[in-house]
Design a protein around this ligand. Structure first.
Ligand SMILES: [Zn+2]
Length: 307
């Protein structure tokens, strides 16, 4: 089934709430319902309550159980709009804009929806970088314009980046928030966690923090850039460009992001970056992730917000 690329296609594909539920059922169980209790196939669809009922054991299961839509009171059609904007807009969408565009009652709801979607977009751990990989780190954030005018101080957050260097372009990217710059707790685990050590060579600048990579079995090229900062961009062109694009995106779309929520923005950025050649398919990709994603309880999001 084709997924919408334009507003007209969206409205033709998803004219109402029922069409969204039917699509979610198909995406969730592409080969048909499989009962989570008894494992048998075949179900009745109780459309009034949007429940799937197992033909063998009568177990009832919500289509949204175990997805990011778990327990939602927001219409699925509104969720699908959120996915459409997140997937089809090159720069994603802010909670404020989503609230305005869809008429969602509260900013909190729009904010929560987008973060739940982002939480499903992280790279799969087994999907590791290969070939020549540039690694570097940068400070992200700082003073930004506040949501309702004025300026708010957003602390700088240390972000590690790794980007595959291909012949004429970048390959895939990985970004993560770091607590510090030690090899043991920060740089080492980051690099080893994102590369396939049997098939990757990591290139860094002369920073001491990476020195021990080769001692832990990572093929490492350390290029000392001397005192010229421009050399660093020459040595590590793609990871520099990724950091630049990330900062522009965070400033332009969100007017700054606090450090504690940054990991989910990084997940969205990398998700889009890695699929930048397949933009037309993004709606389906994101919907798939959302249908398979772990539900992120609102409690946890809110707890993170007030902490
Ligand atoms: Zn059953």
């Amino acid at each position: 089934m084709g997924f919408p690329k334009t507003l007209q296609e969206f409205q033709a594909t998803f004219p109402d709430e029922a069409s969204c539920w039917a699509t979610l059922r198909r995406v969730r169980w592409p080969r048909g319902f499989i009962c989570p209790r008894c494992g048998s196939r075949g179900s009745c669809w109780i459309s009034t309550r949007r429940l799937e009922q197992c033909r063998s054991c009568q177990y009832q299961c919500s289509v949204t159980a175990g997805t990011v839509f778990h327990g939602t009171r927001v219409p699925l059609l509104t969720w699908f709009w959120a996915i459409f904007f997140l997937a089809r807009h090159k720069k994603g969408i802010s909670a404020l804009q989503l609230q305005r565009d869809t008429g969602i009652g509260s900013y909190e709801t729009a904010w929560t929806m987008l973060h739940k979607l982002r939480s499903a977009l992280g790279p799969r751990p087994e999907d590791r970088l290969t070939g020549l990989v540039e690694a570097d780190e940068s400070y992200v954030g700082g003073t930004e314009r506040g949501l309702r005018g004025g300026r708010m101080l957003v602390g700088k957050t240390l972000v590690a980046g790794a980007v595959e260097q291909r012949k004429h372009s970048a390959g895939r990217a990985r970004l993560a928030v770091l607590e510090g710059l030690t090899f043991e707790h920060d740089l080492g685990p980051f690099v080893r966690g994102v590369i396939d050590a049997t098939d990757a060579t990591v290139r860094t600048d002369g920073f001491q923090g990476y020195r021990r990579l080769s001692k832990v079995g990572v093929a490492h090229e350390r290029l000392v850039q001397g005192s010229d900062p421009d050399r660093s961009a020459e040595i590590l062109p793609w990871v520099h460009r990724v950091f630049g694009n990330l900062k522009t995106w965070l400033r332009g779309t969100f007017h700054g992001v606090s450090g504690k929520h940054l990991p989910r923005y990084l997940a969205e950025f990398v998700y889009r970056f890695d699929r930048r050649w397949r933009e037309g398919e993004l709606f389906g990709f994101v919907l798939n992730r959302a249908a398979q994603g772990e539900p992120l309880p609102y409690r946890r999001l809110v707890a993170e917000r007030t902490r």
